[in-house]
Design a protein around this ligand. Structure first.
Ligand SMILES: Nc1ncnc2c1ncn2[C@@H]1O[C@H](COP(=O)(O)OP(=O)(O)OP(=O)(O)O)[C@@H](O)[C@H]1O
Length: 286
């Protein structure tokens, strides 16, 4: 591990330990017989998807472009309703977005004329919890290692730092479930890895339930406790597998990591491409 990465992880873990006292535990997420067609005349995009995620677990949805990952994540977040089936979080059917289950996208979508702290406060402001800003914003900026950037304009920040601001904004409302739609795919490999490591550490510290959409096998291996590999046309669960690595092994470079990476890559290529040789451009090589 590089010294920068070690410092960032330790900052996240330390801040997480302090914040844990006030944060709720992650929620149980259940998806039951979910199907979706965007138009009645079109075929199903998702067909009979069922799974559940235990509180505090990290689930990766892995599949090739167009298999319906983002559609599924939108249903989990309440931003869209499925044609059939339901999403249940802690016993409540999801019918609309909520600060308890929040989504983070590939682009951080920050307001460029606002400071880091003002952007981080937006979720609280929109959910009429302005009275929590003074206490909560410094806490979450500490958690994402940006406390000293609070007064800076977000336009002065790197892409990775901007994604950390978006993460702080998502965490400020104390969500129980965090839904990530390829949030690191626009970042360079080094920044991507440090964010993968920190987001997993923060989620673990807070006990958050995390669902991450990706088509990057190494991201799934680094971050997830469990991986669902989706087939396409229509999107169905083709494989459901655990990732048996401890936190040190997830850093990569060891035999266990390489073995898990190869096993997942094999599953993914069989589902997504039919032939492992076709998939060699999709992922980082090791
Ligand atoms: N608003 C929409 N209206 C109609 N069809 C849509 C809409 N959004 C997505 N689709 C279609 O649904 C299918 C699944 O799209 P989706 O974006 O969920 O896939 P994905 O796996 O997330 O892809 P990617 O990895 O490229 O982001 C695709 O065929 C897409 O064209």
């Amino acid at each position: 591990m590089t010294s920068h990465a070690a410092i960032a992880t330790s900052a996240a873990t330390k801040a997480g330990a302090e914040i844990r006292k006030t944060a709720p535990r992650g929620a149980h997420l259940a998806v039951m017989g979910l199907s979706h067609a965007y138009r009645k005349s079109d075929g199903l995009v998702l067909d009979d998807i069922s799974f559940d995620v235990r509180p505090g677990d990290v689930l990766a949805l892995l599949g090739r472009s167009g298999c319906g990952k983002s559609t599924l994540l939108h249903m989990l977040s309440g931003l869209a309703m499925p044609s059939g089936g339901e999403v249940v979080i802690n016993g409540n059917t999801v019918t609309e977005p909520s600060p308890k289950w929040v989504m983070m996208f590939q682009a951080p979508s920050l307001y460029p004329w606002m400071t880091v702290a003002q952007n981080a406060a937006l979720g609280l402001r929109f959910s009429r919890r302005g009275h929590e800003i003074a206490r909560r914003v410094p806490e979450v900026l500490d958690l994402v290692d940006l406390k000293s950037f609070a007064g800076r304009n977000v336009q002065e920040l790197s892409g990775g730092q901007q994604q950390r601001v978006a993460l702080a904004r998502s965490l400020a409302t104390n969500p129980e479930v965090l839904l990530l739609d390829e949030p690191f795919s626009a970042l360079d490999a080094f920044t991507r890895r440090s964010l993968q490591r920190d987001v997993r550490a923060i989620a673990r510290d807070l006990g958050l339930t995390l669902v991450i959409v990706t088509h990057d096998v190494s991201e799934a291996v680094r971050m997830a406790d469990r991986v669902l590999v989706l087939d396409a046309n229509p999107g169905r669960i083709a494989e459901d597998t655990g990732v048996a690595l401890d936190e040190v092994q997830r850093e990569g470079g060891c035999d266990r990591f390489n073995a898990e990476h190869m096993r997942l890559m094999d599953l993914y290529t069989r589902v997504a491409h039919g032939d492992p040789a076709d998939a060699s451009d999709d992922n980082e090589k090791y």
